[in-house]
Design a protein around this ligand. Structure first.
Ligand SMILES: NC(=O)c1ccc[n+]([C@@H]2O[C@H](COP(=O)([O-])OP(=O)(O)OC[C@H]3O[C@@H](n4cnc5c(N)ncnc54)[C@H](OP(=O)(O)O)[C@@H]3O)[C@@H](O)[C@H]2O)c1
Length: 250
């Protein structure tokens, strides 16, 4: 194992779901530049940027358990057992509760919560055997605060906290840590649909006075997956420019 730019830690095998763009791609690039061997999953997009930057790109729809298993097998064959998992793949399907269809509610839960359950479950056995693992689930501040129009998304993101903390307790004795990052508004495709007015209104509620970058989230994920973060588990770390400080239990 080489010791590259990750604080003197080992080169590990990392997998980032939904790493074709946005926060996932930022996390994957940060992990790679820390010296890890990194794979990403993509679903509908062509993973051009990922491949150009030397990441192993594997197709996987996290709503399909067999695709999750196949993706892990491919990473295990090409890079080795996954030691760092960033469960990041996520979608929104917003509408007010009275107009929220069963389909929109379950599609978001299937991807964001069940998809994370599947990837965590598939990842954890080899980590347990190796007595070392780092899992980070990408939630959202909305999972703690709620938001009009996002009953499905908020339910899925708050579910991740219970999932993470339960898995953290089940596998703590095996050297596996499980933490959650809860981003506020971050510049990605997910935010591109909102109006300028709504964006300005959001910024006005961020004490640090700006929308976050994928690098802001990737830096925290990089730390939580490092050797140095070995005494942190079951934590929820907001990356929100202070937007909701003091308003939820971390
Ligand atoms: N941006 C924000 O403001 C913000 C704030 C808080 C939390 N988050 C969370 O951060 C995570 C990443 O968000 P983002 O802003 O980077 O979103 P994004 O730019 O829309 O990217 C979403 C990623 O998820 C993948 N994905 C979607 N459905 C999938 C499925 N069924 N199976 C596998 N992969 C799937 C996409 O793959 P394809 O490209 O192949 O479709 C893409 O890589 C999400 O969990 C999101 O909820 C974002």
């Amino acid at each position: 194992m080489s010791t590259l730019g990750n604080g003197g830690g080992s080169s590990r095998v990392a997998l980032v779901t939904g790493g074709s763009r946005g926060i996932g791609l930022g996390c994957a690039e940060a992990l790679k530049s820390s010296g890890h061997r990194v794979a990403i999953t993509y679903n509908t997009s062509t993973p051009t940027v990922a491949e150009e930057t030397g990441l192993l790109a594997v197709r996987c729809d996290v709503t399909d358990p067999s695709e999750v298993d196949t993706a892990f097998k491919r990473v295990e064959a090409d890079l080795g057992p996954v030691e760092i998992l960033v469960a990041n793949a996520g979608i929104t399907r917003d509408s007010l509760l009275l107009r929220m269809s069963e389909e929109s509610f379950s599609a978001v839960l299937e991807t964001n919560l069940f998809g994370s359950f599947r990837t965590v479950k598939r990842a954890v056995r080899p980590m347990m055997r190796a007595r070392w693992g780092r899992i980070v689930l990408v939630s959202s501040i909305v999972g703690q605060t709620g938001l009009q129009g996002q009953t499905n998304y908020a339910a899925s993101k708050s579910g991740l906290v219970g999932l993470a903390r339960s898995v953290a307790k089940e596998f703590a004795a095996r050297g596996v840590t499980v933490n959650v990052v809860a981003p506020g508004p971050i510049h990605t495709d997910m935010l591109s649909g909102i109006s300028e007015e709504r964006r300005d209104e959001m910024v006005s509620r961020v004490p640090l006075g700006r929308i976050g970058t994928v690098g802001d989230v990737a830096g925290v994920v990089g730390f939580l997956t490092s050797e140095e973060a070995g005494y942190i588990t079951g934590a929820v770390i907001p990356v929100d420019g202070g937007m909701h400080m003091g308003n939820y239990v971390g």
